[in-house]
Design a protein around this ligand. Structure first.
Ligand code: FES
Length: 308
């Protein structure tokens, strides 16, 4: 994939447009999807696609300048138009469903996965409201684009103007049939998760592992994993991930972030009870126990049978 355009859209955020060097069509990406960017030093970073999902010839990502950040250091340093990059196909853990009304809550660069969703809602004539928390209006990526979209409104909460979002009051006044989409700093997302009623449909995109107490690991015992497709059985010792145990046994498995946040290693569970430690699955999906992330999750049962 080639960098076609680089644009500084705020003092701290760079927009990158990626295209196939031969002008080919790109795999489709639904609103909320992200790609993994493979950095020259071997690290992998996930970025939400913030462009128009209907544009099959370009992907757009926006990257915040973060002191010491490897992905951000690369994008804000060495990258230039014409650079070739390795990326993964789009993956979506943050599904947007059409609804007559939707509520969006963004913190800073967390606007990126929400922008295509809001565009989709606006295109379809659905009501939408965005609560956009930023340090200042000048540091809010895509603010003018968002304000120009029909059928909804942007409530800007700029810290330098003393306007803070009252999360509890907002969630309490949102009917249960209005889906809520949230992405931003960990603190904001944890506050929204804590304020939500269990009947509310709240969806998050996590770009760092969740740390709330309810998701702390319960145990670190060893257990057995049977790989149904490859016919290999491995013991996963304490302190080793399923993914690492599989790799050591020569079993092929996809992975990317290895922190339980990207969803690349999601695998179907055929038997046994997983102990979920990821930040991808919803509470309902966790309870169903049909899939698990091999990079961080473990087992409550002595044995798991996986479709791998
Ligand atoms: Fe990203 Fe497992 S590799 S969730």
């Amino acid at each position: 994939m080639r960098v076609h355009r680089l644009e500084q859209i705020t003092p701290q955020v760079r927009l990158i447009e990626l295209r196939d060097p031969d002008g080919g069509m790109l795999p489709p990406a639904e609103p909320g999807a992200h790609i993994d960017l493979h950095l020259p030093d071997g690290a992998v970073r996930s970025y939400s696609l913030c462009g128009d999902p209907a544009d099959r010839h370009a992907y757009h990502i926006a990257v915040l300048k973060v002191p010491g950040g490897r992905g951000s250091g690369f994008v804000h340093g060495d990258l230039e138009p014409g650079s070739d990059l390795t990326i993964s196909p789009p993956r979506n853990n943050f599904r947007f469903d059409d609804a007559p009304r939707s509520l969006f809550i963004a913190g800073g660069i967390g606007i990126t996965p929400l922008l295509p969703m809001i565009r989709r809602a606006a295109e379809r004539g659905a009501d939408w409201v965005l609560h956009y928390c930023v340090r200042s209006a000048s540091a809010a990526p895509f603010l003018d684009d968002l304000r120009a979209l029909p059928h909804g409104r942007v409530e800007l909460h700029a810290a330098d103007e003393g306007r803070r979002l009252a999360v509890d009051a907002l969630l309490a006044s949102t009917p249960a049939d209005v889906p809520i989409y949230c992405c931003g700093p960990q603190r904001l997302m944890e506050a929204v998760a804590a304020a939500a009623d269990p009947a509310q449909d709240v969806r998050f995109e996590w770009f760092a592992p969740r740390t709330e107490p309810a998701r702390e690991p319960a145990s670190d015992d060893s257990f057995e994993v049977v790989c149904a497709r490859s016919g290999v059985t491995v013991t996963v010792p304490a302190g080793t991930s399923i993914l690492d145990a599989l790799y050591a046994a020569g079993v092929e498995a996809d992975s990317s972030c290895e922190q339980g946040i990207c969803g690349t290693c999601e695998t179907t569970v055929l038997e046994g009870e997983p102990e979920h430690r990821d930040s991808v699955l919803s509470d309902t999906e966790r309870a169903a126990g049909k899939t698990m992330m091999l990079c961080v999750s473990r087992a409550r049962s002595a044995r798991l049978v996986l479709d791998i």
